[in-house]
Design a protein around this ligand. Structure first.
Ligand code: ADP
Ligand code: MG
Length: 661
């Protein structure tokens, strides 16, 4: 076994300068030559720190020795100096196999041009390049930035002089990898991306035993630069990086996916389009439906007639009447019955499938009903649509028109024939009077004549019989002629609408008393007259004579209504309220039944024809009151009596009738 001492001897055979230091830079061995040449006056060197021993003289000596060593004549030492003069001592020894196959022990590599052979340098350079290459590969091959920084120390470590003891720390974008080197003796490589420092790499050895060599610095600098480029190329490293093949695959897949997505998107787009068409169609349909519904509802509401849609089961489907709920039975809600009407139009239409039109009387009103069948698609009757039109007014107008027509034609007729009748009637009346007088004068003469001629016959009648009746016959004629006159006059009054202007201040109370006096003789036989005249009744503008005629008619009628053998009572009253004068003519006579009441204002209606009634009195009264903007009404009960009520408007402000005289 080779002992260290023997090794030194062996070395000294080849090199005259030999200095061996231990890990603590203390001299283990120094050849006699180097001790005396480089460190004179120092006594034994062994065990002493090289740092205390080293002087510029010794360095210069070693240097010259080294240049000789280069020439292969001298041994070498292991020293290194920095430019500032401080010493750095690499403490690991190495060796080199020369081209001749000799082994050269090396104790450092810092002394320029001295410590390494070319081969060693080449070797180191290869190692360096290999490291750079590995790092470049790592950069390319890393899946991500964290992946890179995790794998980075091992790759880098291989390029370092002492791979097992290297400490590498990286920080990038706030993420840290590895431990920070504790030794001050480390190198920092800033990671600059886009001119901004985003992180750093610290490289050092576990302890201060090892020095970072300039080569290592250079290597790190270079790695820093390529990292910077890589990081920049990777868009600051924020993207996942894939290996090329993977990337190709990925791109292919991506392309495929893109295609798929595109076609799916197209499909979806098409479906969406279709859907939106359907949607907008539905919207339109819905809108149209809403619109027609609301239009129908509005139409329904504005129809003045009642409209109702009824289904086959008599249920109201739709109606424009607010008081009728859809869903109720038509016979209940419209006719207040609990089962269908006997003359049910629905039943009729279900049977005949044809519309029905009719006029009904509901309470006091006339209603025209149009009922139309509503067919379904199979042309079966599904229900009916009914229109109810209130025609009460039309009916009334109709009746009034008919009445007016009647009156007008009567008027024309009367004014035509009135004249024709009146003239001959005047002759008749005049002549009858002459005949009466003639007879009165002639009869005593004839009487005398008969005494001598008892068989005398006149108009084939025995004279006695003739004598007894002739005057009655003539009286009857006179009476008949008078009646003709009365009727014609009455008709004239009735038709002569415009005659008699309404220009008097009519004082109704006074007028009533006058009228009563006028008819006193006729009335007195049947009834007493009582007055209840309100003094507050104002005068009104009208025709006194005509009003008087009305009063006379009413009072006479009342007296004529008294049953035979009972004296009746007639009461005439006036009163005034809210601009309206009311005149009451009340009797306790026979009264009238309903059908008589309905007709009394019709001209020529009379129940007293036999007693000379013309039936014109009330017709005339009606017309006169109408001319005064008033109303005449009647209340009557058979066996109880009759009351005529006249209302005539009179302005409130007019002074009371009394003050006007
Ligand atoms: P006239 O008196 O000529 O019959 P009017 O027009 O005056 O004609 O009357 C028409 C009919 O009205 C009468 O015939 C009578 O039947 C009825 N009438 C009128 N006034 C009364 C009354 N106060 N009481 C009962 N019936 C009456
Ligand atoms: Mg009368």
């Amino acid at each position: 076994m080779l002992k260290l001492e023997n090794f030194f001897d062996f070395m000294e055979e080849s090199f005259d300068y030999l200095l061996v230091l231990d890990e603590n830079a203390k001299v283990i061995h120094a050849s006699e030559e180097i001790a005396s040449d480089a460190f004179p006056d120092n006594g034994p060197l062994k065990g002493r720190s090289i740092e205390e021993l080293l002087t510029s003289f010794s360095v210069a000596t070693v240097r010259s020795a080294m240049s000789q060593a280069k020439a292969g004549t001298r041994g070498i030492v292991v020293l290194s100096t920095e430019d500032d003069g401080s010493l750095h001592i690499p403490l690991k020894a190495g060796y080199l196999i020369g081209d001749d196959g000799d082994v050269y022990p090396l104790f450092g590599n810092r002394l320029e041009g001295l410590t390494r052979g070319d081969a060693w340098e080449k070797d180191e350079r290869i190692k360096e390049l290999a490291c750079l290459y590995s790092v470049a590969e790592l950069i390319e091959g890393s899946l991500s930035i964290p992946d890179f920084f995790t794998r980075f120390p091992r790759t880098l470590g291989q390029g370092m002089l002492y791979p097992d003891e290297v400490v590498i720390y990286s920080r990038y974008l706030g993420v840290e990898y590895g431990q920070k080197p504790t030794s001050k003796n480390h190198l920092r490589v800033p990671l600059v991306v886009a001119k901004e420092e985003k992180g750093e790499i610290l490289v050092g050895y576990q302890d201060d035993d090892h020095e970072l060599l300039p080569e290592e610095r250079k290597l790190l600098d270079e790695i820093g630069r390529s990292l910077k480029v890589a990081l920049e190329r990777k868009e600051f490293g924020e993207k996942i990086h894939l290996m090329e093949e993977e990337e190709e695959d990925y791109n292919k897949r991506l392309e495929q996916l893109r295609g798929e997505i595109e076609s799916r998107t197209k499909e979806l787009e098409e479906q969406k389009n279709k859907l939106s068409i359907v949607d907008s169609y539905l919207d339109r349909v819905k809108g149209g439906w809403e619109e027609s519904k609301s239009r129908l509802e509005t139409m329904f509401k504005v129809i003045p007639d009642d409209v109702v849609l009824i289904d086959k089961k008599h249920k109201v489907v739709m109606t424009n009447r607010d008081d009728i709920e859809p869903g109720t039975y038509c016979y209940t809600s419209y006719f207040h019955r609990d089962k269908p009407c006997e003359d049910c139009r629905l039943a009729r239409i279900l049977r005949d499938k044809t519309p029905v039109m009719l006029t009904m009387k509901m309470d006091e009103r006339y209603v025209q009903v149009h009922a139309l069948p509503v067919f379904n698609q199979d042309h079966e009757v599904d229900g009916i649509l009914e229109f109810y039109r209130d025609i009460t007014l039309e009916k009334t107008y109709d009746q009034q028109l008919q009445q007016a027509d009647k009156l007008a034609s009567i008027g024309q007729l009367v004014s035509g024939i009135g004249h024709e009748i009146n003239n001959p009637n005047q002759f008749i009346r005049g002549n009858i009077r002459i005949i009466q007088q003639s007879l009165e004068d002639m009869l005593p003469i004839v009487d005398d004549y008969v005494k001598e001629h008892p068989d005398l016959k006149i108009a084939r009648l025995n004279y006695d019989f003739f004598r007894e009746h002739i005057m009655t016959l003539v009286d009857d004629m006179a009476h008949g002629s008078e009646r003709i006159k009365a009727i014609v006059e009455g008709l004239r009054t009735f038709t002569r609408k415009d005659e008699g202007l309404l220009v008097d201040q009519v004082d109704i109370n006074t007028l009533i008393e006058t009228a009563a006096r006028l008819v006193y003789n006729e009335v007195y036989k049947h009834a007493d007259i009582e007055f209840d005249l309100s003094p507050g009744v104002p005068a009104f503008t009208g025709n006194s004579q005509k009003i008087e005629q009305v009063l006379v008619n009413l009072i006479v009628n009342a007296s004529q209504a008294m049953p035979d053998g009972r004296r009746g009572m007639i009461k005439v009253a006036t009163h005034y309220e809210k601009g309206m004068i009311t005149i009451l003519v009340e009797d306790n006579g026979k009264g009238m039944n309903e059908s008589t009441v309905k007709q009394i204002f019709n001209p020529f209606f009379t129940t007293k024809r036999a007693k000379g009634g013309t039936g014109l009195g009330l017709a005339i009264a009606y017309r006169i009151i109408e001319e005064h903007n008033g109303k005449i009404q009647v209340r009557s009960k058979p066996g109880v009596g009759t009351t005529f009520i006249i209302r005539i408007p009179a302005p409130k402000a007019a002074p009371p009738a009394g003050e006007h005289k």
